[in-house]
Design a protein around this ligand. Structure first.
Ligand SMILES: [Zn+2]
Length: 426
């Protein structure tokens, strides 16, 4: 695959060239083959374009930043290109160029989140009957189509039932369940997947090389992990990291520091302290990360991924690990500290804390309280905490843990019990 940035979006201001441009715009794929991680879709679309068997209505669904609008634009070019290459647009003919620079009046992008009303759709319907002015087909790309009002959907359905032959609709949505079945049944549907982290990391490294950003594989893996499978997120993060690094090499450590994330080393230490029930050390480790600039939510997110991965290892499952920067071997060392029941409790507690952090007046305190609850389920009175304690006891019994010298934490907890035992024996 040729790795060429597209420069169509460079804006001119006052005659001069305004060179800064978001990386994700600059590197937006121009042909089907350049779209990463959606081969199941691009292969089909390219085949249809090549055979001239394109549908009049498509529905692209999937999470943000996975290439829906990008594919819609490539499709608009493919159907209008004067010199198509095996189904791909040439990106050189006047039709392709006008779509690339956004001047094609026959390719209309509508954000349904803004234009939700029935009148907007009626306008579209009245306009659609006229032939395209310059291109072969008029293409309507309707983003976030699920935001249309019920009456707007009904109006839209009319044109979808009997579309003029010169019109193609590409609908995109992140929330498929909100699109009426009557619309769904009239579209050819494609599901965009979250992009594989390995593919994102590889692409980031290739782009960074051309852009002279000193990104290293460790940093790329971390960015890919944080992108949640969206190329657009990954490129925005790369841009932030590059801007904050002042030319320093972006390995895993620097990247996480620049972006306020937590790297694997301190994260594993934190989990170990929690596993040992050493709340004091766990708080100190969290404090270090917090002072270094890590967002409490970022710490809790990484921690909850790690706890989830530990649970996966406990079950000896082959399911892919979510966390970045550690291996199954690293986790094996932590495993004896956690029973499966305690891990289940821990993941749930961390997830709840993450949700609560959004509206917490003091995120630092909220995160700290969660860490204490994780390290010492004994302090929590709710059924889940009690279940975790019971499970820990069973785990100890099964592994002969009662024969081992007690940890300082366990000693402290056992005091009131022994005091009671003494009084009752008197
Ligand atoms: Zn062309």
């Amino acid at each position: 695959m040729a790795l060429m940035p597209c420069f169509f979006a460079i804006k001119k201001r006052g005659g001069g060239c305004f060179l800064h441009q978001a990386l994700y715009r600059k590197w937006r794929p121009m042909q089907f083959a350049e779209v990463i991680g959606q081969e199941h879709i691009t292969r089909t679309l390219k085949g249809q374009a090549k055979a001239g068997r394109l549908s009049h209505a498509y529905l692209f669904c999937g999470t943000r930043g996975t290439g829906k609008t990008t594919c819609a634009r490539i499709l608009a070019k493919a159907i209008n290109c004067e010199l198509p290459q095996h189904g791909d647009p040439c990106n050189k003919c006047p039709a392709c160029l006008s779509i690339n620079d956004g001047s094609a009046t026959d390719v209309i992008e509508i954000d349904a989140a803004t234009y939700t009303g029935v009148n907007n759709i009626r306008e579209l319907r009245d306009e659609a009957v006229y032939s395209p002015s310059l291109l072969r087909k008029r293409v309507y790309i309707i983003d976030e189509v699920h935001m249309l009002s019920t009456s707007a959907f009904n109006a839209f359905l009319k044109i979808l039932e009997e579309p003029p032959s010169h019109v193609m609709f590409v609908l995109a949505t992140t929330e498929l369940h909100k699109v009426p079945a009557t619309i769904l049944s009239r579209c050819q549907r494609f599901d965009f997947h979250r992009i594989d982290r390995g593919k994102i990391a590889k692409r980031l490294l290739a782009i960074a090389q051309v852009e002279n950003i000193p990104l290293e594989p460790g940093g790329a893996a971390l960015l890919a992990h944080a992108s949640d499978g969206a190329m657009r997120n990954a490129l925005s993060l790369l841009e932030q990291a590059a801007a904050g690094s002042n030319g320093v090499r972006l390995d895993a450590e620097t990247t996480s520091a620049v972006l306020g994330m937590v790297s694997a080393g301190p994260l594993l230490q934190l989990a170990l302290a929690i596993g040992k029930g050493d709340a004091s050390s766990a708080l100190a480790l969290f404090g270090e990360q917090y002072r270094a600039g890590a967002e409490p939510a970022a710490v809790m997110d990484r921690l909850s991924c790690l706890l989830r991965d530990l649970l996966i290892c406990h079950m000896e499952s082959k399911v892919e690990l979510l966390g970045e920067g550690y291996s199954r071997e690293d986790l094996q060392e932590l495993l004896p500290k956690f029973s499966p029941g305690r891990l289940l409790y821990s993941v749930q507690t961390a997830q709840q804390a993450l949700a609560d952090l959004q509206r917490s007046p003091n995120r630092q305190i909220s995160a700290e309280m969660c860490i204490v609850a994780l390290a010492r389920p004994v302090l929590g009175g709710e059924p889940a905490a009690l279940a975790a304690r019971l499970d820990a006891l069973e785990h100890k019994l099964a592994t002969g843990g009662f024969g081992m010298p007690a940890t300082p934490a366990a000693k402290a907890e056992s005091k009131p019990v022994s005091a009671k035992a003494e009084t009752s024996s008197k």
